[in-house]
Design a protein around this ligand. Sequence first.
Ligand code: ADP
Ligand code: MG
Length: 581
Amino acid sequence: MAIIGIDLGTTNSLVSVYRDGRVQLLANDLGQYMTPSCVSLLEDSSLAVGTAAKNRLISHPKRTAASFKTWMGTEREISLGDRTFLPHELSALVLKKLLQGVQAALREPVEEAIISVPAYFNDNQRCATKLAAQLAGVPVKRLINEPSAAALYHSYITGQTEAKLMIIDFGGGTLDVSVVDCFEHIIEIVAIAGNNRLGGNDIDRAIAAYFCQETGLDWETLPPDHQAQVLELAETAKIKLSHNPTEACILILRTEKDAHSLSLTASVLREICQPIFEQVRQVISQAIKDSDIPLCDVDDVVLVGGSSQLGVFVDYLEELFFKRPTLADSPEHIVALGVGLCVGIKQRAEELQELVMTDVCPFSLGIATCNTQKDTNPHMATLIPRSTILPARHTAQFITIFPNQRHIKLEVYQGENYYAADNLKLGEITVSVPPDAPGAQGVMVTFAYDINGILAVVAESSGGDKKSTVILNPKLNLSQEELQQVLEKFEQLRLASQVGEEDQLLLDRAKALFAQLTGRYREEAGYLIRQLETAIQSGSLIRLNRERKILKEKLNALEAFAQMDVFHPYIEKNEEEKQNL
Ligand code: ADP
Ligand code: MG
């Protein structure tokens, strides 16, 4: 039974495995690693998936779908001929195609898959991905953020043991930016930001619009096959210009009646792309602000994803950062390779044992609350802010606002907007409270959020009513038994402020020194205690490791000072003198 990794991309999808001590990509039936994420309905009502479907994009645009990942988690219906599909159904077909290839290559059944998703996917989009896997018949317990997978592989392969990196993944339909801290064998995702409606497709569309503008065509009235043709011309020109930026590229659209042509240069392309690059800049900016790491402390900017090969994009970033970013090795494969490493870690491969990766929560999680009886539009009380290191667990108290209020309804939301209604509702629980004066009764609410993006909520009212639930998208039906398992696991989740044995010993040593010493030495001991406590609370393994290292050295020095015998040198001297006599 095999575990496989899947990069289910907007444009292309890849499969990886961990075998014989290394990550391997699996080729499809055509011998290619990348399978186009395309589906087409054939005339005999059967379905073509992958390259065969992509080849029909121009000839049969109305029967072919691509880039449907952009609509994952929505109810948008995509028609292929006379049939309609939801985005996750089309993704399920791509997964099925990939699985066929895997079974042929491995000659063993697939036990489980780890699938990567854009970091910026919300709960609906993540659930739709799991649902797609369910439909394709492969269990998925773990989703991993695409930029995290890329970061994992990049730092693994370059052996960068101490570096702060920014990873920019610019694909066909999504942009993901992550700030990563690598220290020894720990890879910590510090912040992630993204835009899942921005990618190379937008560049193609911008070029197509420019083509129409310059040749006097009207995009809206172009027949679908011409639209598809112009988009393909645009993509081909873009790729040509990224390989050979000094030579202008000619786009020619031949219709039944006439031909339209345009010469495109790299500098014009750069102008066309400017509004798209501005949006990329905003996302980069947000990631840096969330990470709390100053831009000048970022050691390297690493580019992954197909669109990051675009020369004018790299030029733009170079101007932005005042240094040339590094184009990752195999930028189009790196996410899949990273997912393959996760497979290795999951299979407990010996050589990967030291490798640890932590991730962060991409969206804030909270409860809809009203401050007064008059409040009609509840706002968000955030329990787990975005960019919190996972797994995370936080508790907050909420009180009644009405006299003799009997119930407290807790509505759980995900998102960054002030008003709860503007965010994504994940679920709700209601607990009962004894009738009393407003504010006299309340409920303690605990959120526990794990690395797979599963949220458990425990609510305990002052009246003793305790309810716990796993908040899951209603589309994902777990059995009662599975729910119970998740709840039990969460009970054991690390508390954000829980202190481990090693740290407790260090703290005890520092506290003993604090009591023993005075003046600036006491201040020093107090400072060390606070530093370690803050590092523990941050949940950051890297920060904790760094802090421990410093602390140990400083404690040794302080202890040596505390134990120093001021008479020691004289005693020795006396002994010497005695012997000399
Ligand atoms: P995804 O992860 O969204 O499936 P990929 O990382 O495979 O996407 O990137 C696909 C995108 O990369 C497409 O928009 C494609 O046009 C673009 N692309 C591929 N090669 C190049 C290139 N050499 N220069 C510019 N863009 C490229
Ligand atoms: Mg990708």
